[in-house]
Every structure is written in C-alpha cells, then in structure tokens.
Design a protein around this ligand. Structure first.
Ligand code: AG3
Length: 285
C-alpha cells in the first residue's frame, strides 16, 4: 500500500510498520503472489510479497546469518543442504560460505522472485545462483518434499508467513515428508514468525514437530523489519545432544570456517537458544 511517500505494511489488523520510499522499482502480480520492490532512503531496497516485508538491504544479514549459521555450525559436518523458499538468494549465499558443503538444493515456488532479486538485490545472492554446487528447482515446496527421495543434513525453510502460498509449509504433512529426507543427526530449521504478534505459530509448530522429533524447539533473533521483537526459528532434530554443545565447540568450527559475519558469532549462537517466558508458555502440547 503506497500513500504519499510512505509504504505501510499490512500484516496485522491492529499494528503496522511504515517507511518512506523514494521509488517503486518493480511491481508484478505473478502466478503466485504480488511482488513489489521499493527503493527507500533508510532501508535500502525492500521487497514485499502480498504486502508483507520479506527482505531489506539494511537488515537482511541478521536473518540470513542466523537462519544458516546456527544449524550449520551446530551440525558437526553438514554436506548436503536443502533450502525451501529463499528466492532472494540470501540463504543460499550464506550456506555456500561453508566450504564443507558438497551440494545445495533450493526449491522456490516463484521463478520471478529469483529473477527479480538477482536484478534488484544482487548482493543477496552474490553470485550464489551460479555456483556449481547449487541446484535450483522451481516447484511448490510441498510437492517437492512429498516426492523427494534425497537425504540432507540440514533443511532450512525460508518461507513467507503461513498465509497464501506459504501455508502448506507449516502443516504436519509437510513436516513429516521433510523428516523422511533428513539424514541421521540432521537438523531442520524454519522461519516461524514473530511470537509477540503471531503466537499461535509457536504453539502450532511446536505441537506438530514434537510429534515427529526427539527435540522440537526454537531459537530467536530480532530482525528490525519483522516488527514486534524477536522472531522465532523452529528447530527440530532427533539428536538432543546437538543443542548442548558449548560456545567453545561452536567457536572451533567458526574459527576454522574462517569467514566474517556481522550479527552471528558463537556466543550469540548459544544465547539464541534461551527463550523468554512469553515464548516458552506458547510451547504447549
Ligand atoms: N521470509 C520471512 C518473512 C517473514 C515476515 N513475517 C513477519 N514479519 N512476521 C523472508 C525471506 C528472506 N529471505
């Protein structure tokens, strides 16, 4: 929604964030969703899908680093990675910084999101789509998962909110199909909303994942343009010892990876497992 030079995000009925824009760079109604890309003075370029902020140049690093490096430095040796969604390429970029990764499959429903983000957000993918380790599949994540016979060490679901095309990626059926494609000791993480605003998502996901995995939980990060405080990332694995690793163990892997990060570090990693009580109480069976 664009009035004067303000764009207002309309995700919630009673609360909204808005920001000034200098230009509407691109807009299209794709087969799946309404895609808009704005130039803004404060946030850099901003992409909205169906009126909801998906990514901004200014704060994407927090989300992409935390979505990727928490599972990737927790797993002792992740070689095969699956990304569901993530068309802007930020997740793929961060995954490929891990040199031990042999192969990444990314399943995105909307080719236009990939094409437009390559053009308008080149630093998000930063060449990752040309990396020979990456295979991009244009398909509905749900259909892909239901027929997938491959196995992965880490699965990252970088979806929209559970409204519209993203909804199926939060269902018990989808989670069960996903589990079948995880190697032993594998980890799945997923974007799970802002619990101060979208508390039901924590309860629903917790109930669905705890039926499938020995450990279903969350970790948190604050992303300024996902307004409302912490965002929760769903976390599920059968290996409960993974989350018990010390900062030193994680630090050793981070040091040997040898790349720099702007939000993520091993202390933040371990601290992100600590859940405030208003989130804990949402985790009911
Ligand atoms: N996908 C997650 C956007 C969620 C926005 N929801 C919200 N503000 N509650 C982002 C895609 C980034 N690669």
């Amino acid at each position: 929604m664009c009035d004067n030079k303000f764009v207002r995000e309309r995700l919630y009925e009673d609360y909204a964030q808005s920001f000034t824009v200098s230009d509407l760079l691109f807009e299209v109604k794709t087969e799946h969703q309404h895609l808009e890309i704005f130039e803004t003075p404060f946030l850099g370029r901003v992409m909205l899908l169906d009126g909801v902020v998906q990514t901004t140049e200014k704060d994407e690093f927090i989300y992409h680093e935390m979505m990727v490096h928490v599972p990737m430095f927790t797993h002792p040796n992740p070689k095969r990675v699956l990304i569901i969604g993530g068309g802007d390429g930020g997740i793929l970029r961060e995954v490929l910084r891990h040199e031990g990764v042999e192969h990444v499959t990314q399943v995105e429903i909307d080719q236009s999101v990939i094409d437009m983000c390559k053009e308008y957000f080149p630093k998000h993918s930063d060449g990752a789509y040309d990396n020979p380790k990456a295979t991009i599949v244009i398909a509905d994540g749900k259909d892909f998962m239901a027929s997938c016979t491959d196995k992965f060490d880490v699965i990252i679901s970088d979806s929209t909110d559970p409204i519209g095309p993203g909804e199926v990626l939060f269902t018990s059926d989808f989670y069960a199909d996903e589990k079948k494609c995880l190697n032993e000791g594998g980890i799945m993480v997923a974007q799970n909303g802002v619990p101060f605003m979208q508390g039901d998502e924590v309860t629903n996901t917790y109930q669905r994942l705890s039926k499938l995995y020995n450990e279903a939980s969350f970790y948190i990060m604050p992303v300024p343009t996902y307004a409302g405080g912490f965002m929760t990332l769903a976390w599920a694995t059968d290996d409960e010892s993974l989350r018990q690793q010390s900062v030193e163990q994680i630090q050793a892997r981070y040091d040997s990876a040898g790349f720099a990060t702007r939000y993520y570090n091993p202390e933040v990693h371990v601290a992100s497992y600590a859940l405030p009580n208003y989130i804990r109480v949402l985790m009911t069976k």
